[in-house]
Design a protein around this ligand. Structure first.
Ligand code: HEC
Length: 221
């Protein structure tokens, strides 16, 4: 009798497994024109360039067991809709220098970046991406295209307090002076150890926009 009950339970359990709803785990595309923060395009690049570098929260080092290289790992320190209860938000807004992330001598995230993280958590901390649609590689300018890409993907390692490779990408004259090196580094195969952004990934669209701006003379426009 026990055996029969056991088998029955087993059969029922297995049958119910089959009816589990299909869960789509990949990133969800945001509708065109959506103002929702995109995890893949806005949050992840910020974490990759400010937190996931070698020696900090990359897959190899995992300081304090925390890895900030992909959605499922980031979610471990985030409580959706509740920034106040999210470790990620707490450490970036911490006023105590010893506890703040990224720690000195790195700069803290700026106000706009902190707000972006808070908004993303408040919007449900979803794994989203922004489909690129038509990529405009003709109308590109320093202020409206290049500056945004550099701030999001590069400045975490190339700023005034931390200038990896001797390069500060917050200063226009340095960008102009190093335009050939920038062009070469973003054009490398993404598996190449010299590829920039180190540890991250520029989409084809953003890569082509940076290249187009350099082709057009790398002007402060
Ligand atoms: C996670 C840290 C990190 C990020 C993010 C990063 N870099 Fe770098 N970068 C480095 C390091 C470390 C070096 C020095 C080692 C080397 O040359 O590969 C470097 C070197 C460079 C150099 C060579 C400088 C020279 O004088 O030749 C260029 C150009 C460069 N980075 C451009 C970029 C650009 C553009 C981005 C964003 C698209 C970026 N980097 C993002 C860490 C980073």
């Amino acid at each position: 009798m026990k055996i029969i009950v056991f088998i029955l339970v087993l059969v029922v359990t297995m049958a119910s497994c089959k009816h589990d709803p299909l869960v789509f785990e990949g990133p969800v595309p945001l509708p065109e024109g959506s103002a929702e923060i995109s995890f893949q395009d806005e949050i992840l690049p910020l974490l990759l360039s400010n937190c996931a570098m070698s020696g900090c929260h990359d897959a190899l080092t995992r300081e304090e067991g925390i890895q900030l290289t992909d959605y499922s790992n980031v979610l471990k320190i985030v409580k959706a809709n509740n920034p106040g209860d999210s470790e990620l938000y707490e450490v970036i807004t911490e006023s105590d220098q010893d506890k703040r992330m990224p720690p000195p001598p790195r700069n803290p995230l700026n106000q706009a970046q902190i707000e972006m993280v808070r908004n993303w958590i408040n919007e449900g901390a979803r794994n989203t991406f922004r489909p690129e649609g038509n990529c405009d590689t003709v109308t590109v300018s320093y202020a409206s295209t290049v500056r945004l890409v550099l701030d999001q993907y590069c400045v975490g390692c190339h700023n005034n307090s931390l200038s990896e490779g001797g390069l500060n990408l917050t200063i226009f004259s340095q960008i102009q002076q190093k335009q050939t090196q920038i062009y070469q580094r973003i054009s490398l195969s993404r598996q190449d150890p010299s590829y920039m952004p180190k540890g991250g990934l520029l989409s084809d669209c953003k890569t082509n926009q940076l290249k187009a701006w350099i082709h057009q003379g790398a002007q402060q426009n």
